[in-house]
Design a protein around this ligand. Structure first.
Ligand SMILES: [Zn+2]
Length: 75
């Protein structure tokens, strides 16, 4: 009887570890709804770059320190 309980506990532990592994894998595969990186365009030159690499100021994004200093291009 003790052995049966042990087997049940091992099966539950394996299932729990599998669910955890699947949940972690899903989170890594889907940073956004499409799986593509979150791109923003530079307010000065219009180049697209990942949001994490962009400089942001006043709700606008810039590709570099230089373009951030120059500000949005007006045309
Ligand atoms: Zn730029």
């Amino acid at each position: 009887m003790g052995r049966l309980i042990l087997i049940v506990l091992v099966v539950l532990l394996v299932l729990w570890l599998l669910r955890r592994a699947l949940a972690a894998g899903k989170r890594q595969d889907a940073p956004s709804e499409s799986g593509a990186p979150d791109l923003v365009s530079c307010a000065h030159c219009g180049v697209n770059l990942p949001r994490s690499e962009a400089r942001s100021a006043g709700g606008r994004h810039f590709c570099s320190e230089e373009h951030w200093r120059l500000g949005p291009r007006e045309d």
